[in-house]
Write a protein that binds this ligand. Structure first.
Ligand code: BG6
Length: 363
C-alpha cells in the first residue's frame, strides 16, 4: 500500500506532481486567464465586495494559510492574513460582513478549526473551506469551498496537502484578482506558472540523493534555524515544523529580516541555518543576512534558484524558477525531503511521530 516506498511520508511527498495536476484539473480558464471554482458559492458581485480575507487553520494548515494570504494580497490586492484557528477561537474576534473567512484543514475534523468556523457562522461570517476530506465536519460547516483532491494522507506530518492548499489558494487569488484589477496578461502568467509546477516538482524530487546527504549532516546537530523573507517566511516555518515533528530536532523559524534583532546572538558553528533564497527582489537583502551568519561562522543550508556566493554547492539545494508568487509552493518540497531524511538518519518512527496525532478532534 506504500507503493514501494519505505514510509507513507515518502510516498506522499512523491505524489505531489500528480496532486498539483489534480488540484488544477478543470479549474484553469485559458480564454479569460482566470480560475473556475465551482464550489465557492459566492456570486462575483459578492466576491468583489470583499474588503479583507482572514485565513485560519492549525499546524501545517496554518502555514499554508500564510502562503495563501500572501497570494491573495499580491494577486487580488485584498488585505489578507492568517492566524492559528486555535488562537482565533479564544479571543472573541470581531466578525465583519465584508471579510471573507477561509478555514484550511486536511482532515476537516480538527476541533479547534471546526469550533472557529461554527463561531464565525453564528456571528454571520462567510466561511470558505479549503479541505481535503470530502463531506468532513468542517466541509459541511462552511458556506462553500475548494476541495483539495490530494487523496488520503496517512503520514502525521502533512506534505502533499500543504502543496495542494498552496495551489488552491493560488486559484482563489487568481479568481479574486481577475474580477478586480489583475490584467489578463498577469492572469496568464500565473496560470502558466501553475501549469509548470508538476514538472518542476519532479525536478526537485530527482535531487533526493543530494538532499539526503545534506540531511545526514543536519541530523548531527541538536537544533537549526530556518529563515526566509516575506514569501520565504511561511516556507521557513513549514520547514521548521516538519523537522520538529519527525526528527525531534529543535527547529525555529524567523523572518530573515528579524535575525539581527535577536536570534543572531545564538549563531555559532554548532547551530546551522536553513535559508530560503529565491531569486526575487529580496535576494540581495537575503544575501546580506547570509553574510552576517557566515561572519559568526554559522553554517548555512540554502534552498535557492541559482548558486549562492560564499556557500559551497554541496550546501545548496537548487529548485527551478517559477513565478515569484508561486515560489513558496515549490521551495517547500526540498524542506519536506530534508526533514524526512534527517528523521530517517536518526531512526525515528516517521509516519507516527511521538506525541502527535494526524487530526486532533478534541479540545
Ligand atoms: C495537527 C497535526 O495536530 O493538526 C498536524 O499533527 C496538522 O500535522 C494539524 O497539520 C491540522 O490538521 P488538519 O487536518 O486540520 O489539516
Amino acid at each position: 500500500e506504500m507503493g514501494g516506498h519505505a514510509h507513507f511520508m515518502a510516498k506522499e511527498i512523491s505524489e505531489q506532481p500528480e496532486v498539483v495536476r489534480r488540484a488544477l484539473r478543470g479549474r484553469l480558464d485559458g480564454r479569460f486567464h482566470t480560475a473556475h471554482l465551482g464550489g465557492l458559492n459566492l456570486e462575483a458581485r459578492e466576491a468583489r465586495a470583499i474588503r479583507r480575507v482572514k485565513i485560519i487553520g492549525c499546524g501545517t494548515a496554518y502555514y499554508s494559510g500564510q502562503v495563501g494570504a500572501q497570494l491573495i494580497e499580491e494577486l487580488a490586492r485584498i488585505p489578507a492574513d492568517a492566524e492559528p484557528a486555535s488562537e482565533f477561537r479564544y479571543r472573541n474576534p470581531v466578525v465583519e460582513p465584508d471579510t471573507l473567512y477561509v478555514a484550511v484543514s486536511q482532515s476537516g475534523e480538527t476541533y479547534d478549526t471546526l469550533a472557529a468556523v461554527q463561531e464565525l457562522r453564528r456571528k454571520g461570517g462567510r466561511v470558505l473551506g479549503l479541505v481535503n476530506v470530502v463531506g468532513s465536519a468542517i466541509a459541511r460547516a462552511c458556506d462553500g469551498g475548494i476541495y483539495l483532491h490530494a487523496g488520503p494522507e496517512v503520514s502525521v506530518a502533512s506534505t502533499k496537502t500543504f502543496t495542494a492548499t498552496g495551489v488552491a489558494f493560488a486559484l482563489l487569488a487568481l479568481y479574486l484578482g481577475r474580477i478586480r484589477d489583475l490584467s489578463p496578461a498577469e492572469g496568464a502568467r500565473v496560470a502558466a506558472g501553475l501549469r509548470a509546477l508538476p514538472e518542476q516538482i519532479e525536478q526537485v524530487l530527482a535531487q533526493q540523493e543530494h538532499i539526503a546527504r545534506v540531511a545526514r549532516e543536519l541530523a548531527e546537530h541538536r537544533a537549526a534555524f530556518f529563515i526566509g523573507r516575506v514569501r520565504g517566511f511561511p516556507v521557513a516555518r513549514e520547514g521548521a515544523q516538519k523537522l520538529k515533528e519527525i526528527s525531534y530536532l529543535h527547529a525555529e523559524a524567523y523572518p530573515a529580516s528579524e535575525l539581527k534583532h535577536g536570534p543572531l546572538a545564538l549563531i555559532d558553528p554548532g547551530l546551522p541555518t536553513v535559508a530560503v533564497l529565491p531569486d526575487d527582489e529580496l535576494r540581495d537583502k537575503n544575501l546580506t543576512t547570509l553574510g552576517e551568519i557566515a561572519a559568526r561562522r554559522g553554517r548555512t543550508i540554502v534552498v535557492a534558484h541559482s548558486p549562492v556566493p560564499g556557500v559551497p554547492p554541496q550546501d545548496v539545494i537548487l529548485v527551478p524558477r517559477n513565478e515569484p508568487e508561486l515560489d513558496p509552493i515549490l521551495m517547500t518540497v526540498p524542506l519536506q525531503l530534508l526533514a524526512y531524511h534527517a528523521a530517517l538518519t536518526l531512526g525515528h518512527d516517521i509516519d507516527r511521530p511521538r506525541n502527535l496525532a494526524k487530526s486532533v478532534t478534541v479540545e
